[in-house]
Ligand binder design. Structure first.
Ligand code: KG4
Ligand code: ZN
Length: 342
């Protein structure tokens, strides 16, 4: 398959990602993560992330070119995440992309991180049809999108009004004395736990919230409820039933995420749902999503995990589609925008 050769740079959070595609074909996807450096803080520290991007950028870029087996001169264009994300982190990627563009004379495309997550799907063998609903869940975002056209018509239906779902996993893991990142740990200890053992609150699911926040999420109340529950049990001298707490917490998150995603599918008459972001690694998310998709006649798409978590290939893939659709380059007059809308 042909198409433009695009190099994509992603630095919105703690992953330095450089990917290369030829049209819809993946040539390279290299990721350097600063996750280990954040572990002792229990979450991503923006300043640490920015510094790590700076150190990782050149080696990651070179590794991606090596993996693709091409030189910089064989690239047709450069794409970079300009937002949303952590300001200092984004600036490193944007700066690197601009420098590359000036040095090589190749056109530069600024792209939206969230739309990039959806764009990753074109790299799969049988890619998505539009319109589709997309649920993107990571440590930095929890967003529900209606994508009518990837390169021109993307609508934000809802998002978290406080913590991201991955952040809630990380914070609850900490309460349970589990290491960072918390998601995989919660998944691990929830095995054998009873998801119905404790009823934790489901944010923004009740009638009074139904209209205004129909597609929005809230996880900070849930996180606090788990912390209180564990604290009370500790005060009472009880042994904490870690497996039950983890399973019950996970069930609450999964229930809210998927109820709202499938509600969006039903409301808009769109029988397609794409999942993206690191939380999609969650075993229960996958299980319940598959069950509900079958029950509701929805086609479920989950790209391979290496394309679900933050990466440069998804940014390159979106860039290639912008070029194919005839979009003009962004030039150099844009900057990092931590709250860039879709
Ligand atoms: O997409 P991602 O790698 O990027 C950032 O947010 O930077 O997502 C990382 C997030 C973390 O909050 C992590 O705890 C969560 O995804 N995560 C999971 C699982 N694996 C990773 N959450 C729930 N269950 C998992 N198995
Ligand atoms: Zn992301």
């Amino acid at each position: 398959r042909g198409g433009p050769v695009v190099l994509g740079i992603e630095t919105s959070c703690d992953e330095t990602g450089v990917g290369i595609v030829r049209g819809q074909t993946l040539l390279a996807n290299v990721i350097a993560s600063s996750m280990d450096e954040h572990a002792r803080y229990g979450g991503v520290v923006p300043e640490v992330a920015a510094r790590a991007h700076l150190e990782a950028m050149n080696p990651t870029l070179q590794a991606a070119l090596d993996e693709a087996g091409i030189g910089l001169d064989e690239i047709d264009a450069i794409a970079v995440t300009s937002g949303p994300g952590l300001s200092g982190a984004l600036m490193v990627g944007v700066g690197a992309a601009k420098a590359l563009s000036v040095a090589t004379g190749k056109p530069l495309y600024a792209v939206n991180h969230l739309v990039g997550h959806v764009g990753a799907d074109v790299l799969a063998a049988d890619s998505l049809e539009y319109p589709t609903i997309a649920l993107l869940v990571s440590g930095g975002h929890t967003s529900l999108l209606l994508v009518r056209d990837l390169v021109g018509d993307v609508e934000l239906l809802g998002e978290t009004i406080d913590d991201a779902a991955g952040e809630a996993f990380d914070k609850v893991a900490r309460v349970l004395g589990l290491p960072y990142p918390g998601g995989p740990q919660i998944d691990r200890v929830a095995v054998g736990g009873d998801p119905k053992a404790i009823h934790f609150p489901r944010g923004l699911m009740h009638a009074k919230d139904a209209e205004k926040h129909r597609y929005d999420f809230s996880f900070s109340g849930l996180k606090t409820a788990v912390a209180r529950w564990v604290e009370r049990a500790g005060d009472a001298g009880d042994e904490i039933p870690v497996a039950d707490v983890a399973a019950s917490f996970r069930e609450a998150v999964v229930d809210v995420l998927l109820t709202k995603a499938f509600r969006a599918c039903a409301d808009h008459g769109i029988p397609r749902l794409l999942l993206g972001g690191g939380v999609v690694a969650n075993a229960r998310v996958r299980e319940v999503a598959a069950e509900r998709a079958a029950a509701q006649g929805v086609t479920l798409r989950i790209p391979p995990l290496s394309l679900c978590t933050d990466n440069g290939a998804m940014i390159a893939a979106l860039g290639a589609q912008l070029i194919t659709a005839g979009h003009r380059p962004s030039g150099l007059g844009f900057g990092a925008d931590s709250t860039l809308p879709v």
